[in-house]
Design a protein around this ligand. Structure first.
Ligand SMILES: [Zn+2]
Ligand SMILES: [Zn+2]
Length: 137
């Protein structure tokens, strides 16, 4: 069985999953930027079933009314991202994976919100602005 493992910078938090990531993508939104401190975030999706915290504890922060982000309370490493509407999946920060090379991003989300100096030459699909595309309530 393919296992996925990862953890934070200080080693206090370790996670594992019984499956390999089935999807990975970049997100250029300002919330991911602040949450990761990086010009662009990259997340890999895993099934929630079979995902567990193997060591320590994830601190959770509700960053919006639709999602919760998990991180290490000791070193601050961003670790997880989970939409309330999709409890069957948990996304992990690709940089937190022990083998980040297995999670190959397939798409850019919120590409319109990218930092202008960020130059990318890949040919992946670019989703402009997800929030703007959603119908107003
Ligand atoms: Zn840590
Ligand atoms: Zn984002």
């Amino acid at each position: 069985m393919t296992k996925t493992t990862g953890g934070c910078l200080c080693g206090a938090v370790r996670y594992e999953a019984d499956a390999a990531p089935d999807h990975a993508s970049y997100c250029h939104c300002s919330m991911c930027r602040r949450a990761t401190g990086a010009p662009v975030a990259a997340f890999a999706r895993l099934p929630s079933a079979g995902f567990r915290i193997a060591k320590g504890e994830i601190k959770r922060y509700r960053s919006s009314d639709i999602a919760v982000r998990g991180f290490c309370a000791q070193c601050g490493s961003p670790l997880t991202f989970q939409y309330d509407a999709y409890p069957a999946y948990v996304a992990v920060a690709i940089g937190s994976l022990d083998r980040p090379e297995v999670a190959v991003p397939e798409r850019h989300w919120n590409f319109d919100d990218r930092i202008p100096w960020l130059q990318l030459s890949d040919t992946l699909p670019r989703q402009g602005n997800v929030a703007a595309a959603k119908p107003k309530p």
